[in-house]
Write a protein that binds this ligand. Structure first.
Ligand code: SAH
Length: 381
């Protein structure tokens, strides 16, 4: 299901500690070298092996010959009136992705991308409109965080407000790039990497049910489900992958993941409110009924639709949004309203489009592969 674009030589930024240890073992080096090199790469942000003087000269030479340290380069930085920053980053093959940093009072959230474009084509999402181009490598996912941290040095000096939270809510569907995303999360969670706590690292998915079950075997990071509709008929329209994994199957997979989270942690249910489409009180009630079994174990996150040119949808009025939220609160659901940040720079949810053209043939090949694997059906694309 995943493709590797990791060209040789290997990019060390995407290698989890265990992978580095295996590499060094193969080279006849002590496993402890992994600890040293990770500190250089991720804590000190050093790119040049020559500087890593606690490694032997021989090892430094071999690293320089057989590995690289490369991260996406910033081509544009937009700073919003509210302090949100959006970076357009260039990848080695000229593809572009967007990364957003959202500073808040007591934390800083980085929204990273997992693919260039997206194949799922959710009807209200700007990324989907651009089509799918390719998966990111683990190094490119970690590289977004490393590059963002470098850009924020000296800008955000307060530790509390630097990158404390990471959400895989940028471009792409993380669970359709499973291996690279799992490897990247490993580095982000590792104390020798970025030391992000599992409660502050969120994977957001449109609902690839089998991949959610699989994920439960390897990690317990926070999970967000992009639900957006209380019934299959509507969800089929908004999130076409629902035709492959309908709501009941998705919620079954969520229950498996909840077991992994233990008794106290909840999943986030994301619901983008679109005027006249999914924002009526009847639909709020249908959602309450649908989620009944999960009530104690979920937090509902309402996101008023962020418009983009040609979407054909509108954001509901504030009173409609409030009424929807109030209904869910009255039905006993923890329901948050996500305030839109950075919309003056098109950095809000679902507005990340990057600046790339769809290499249509690649998209077709990728979609054909997903079909081969039964991940999406014809109608879904
Ligand atoms: N593919 C993943 C992650 C990317 S989208 C997923 O579907 O979860 C991150 C969140 O933004 C999702 O909940 C998505 O549905 C929402 N979103 C997309 N477009 C939006 C828009 N125009 N307005 C508001 N939210 C949007």
């Amino acid at each position: 299901m995943t493709t590797s674009h990791e060209a040789l030589p290997v990019n060390l930024l995407g290698m989890p500690r265990a992978g580095l240890e295996a590499l060094f073992a193969q080279w006849g080096e002590r496993p402890f070298r992994a600890v040293q090199i990770m500190k250089w790469l991720h804590h000190r942000g050093v790119d040049d092996f020559a500087v890593m003087t606690d490694l032997s000269r021989v090892l430094r030479a071999r690293l320089a010959a057989e590995t690289v340290v490369r991260m996406p380069e910033v081509v544009h930085e937009h700073v919003s009136a509210d302090g949100t920053r959006k970076w357009l980053m260039d990848l080695e093959d000229g593809q572009r992705i967007e990364v957003v940093f959202i500073p808040e009072k007591d934390r800083g959230t980085l929204c990273v991308s997992s693919q260039v474009g997206c194949a799922l084509d959710c009807s209200f999402c700007a990324t989907g409109k651009q089509g799918f181009n390719r998966n990111l490598t683990a190094a490119e996912i970690v590289g977004q965080v490393r590059q963002a941290a470098r850009r924020l040095e000296g800008v955000i000096t307060d530790r509390e407000r630097a990158i404390t939270n990471i959400v895989l809510m940028g471009m792409g569907e993380p669970l359709l790039n499973y291996d690279a995303v799992v490897a990247a999360m490993d580095v982000l969670l590792d104390d020798l990497g970025y030391g992000i706590s599992k409660r502050r690292l969120t994977l957001s998915t449109a609902g690839i049910a089998p991949a959610i079950r699989k994920l439960a075997d390897v990690t317990d990071v926070a999970l967000a489900i992009s639900l957006h509709a209380p019934d299959d008929a509507l969800r089929d329209q908004l999130v076409p992958v629902n035709r492959r994994y309908p709501i009941a199957e998705l919620l079954d997979a969520v229950k498996v993941y909840l077991q992994r989270l233990g008794d106290w942690r909840a999943v986030t249910i994301e619901y983008t409110l679109i005027d006249g489409v999914n924002d009526s009180i009847e639909q709020a009630e249908a959602l309450a009924v649908l989620l009944e079994e999960l009530r104690e174990r979920s937090k509902i996150n309402l996101i008023p639709f962020n418009p983009f040119p040609g979407s054909g949808y509108r954001r509901p009025s504030e009173s409609r949004v409030r009424a929807f939220q109030t209904h869910l609160l009255e039905r006993g659901y923890a329901t948050m309203l996500r305030t839109t940040r950075g919309d003056d720079i098109d950095a809000a949810c679902g507005q990340l489009a990057g600046n790339f053209e769809d290499r249509t043939r690649r998209r077709e090949r990728y979609i054909a592969r997903l079909k081969d694997h039964g991940v999406i059906t014809h109608q879904a694309v």
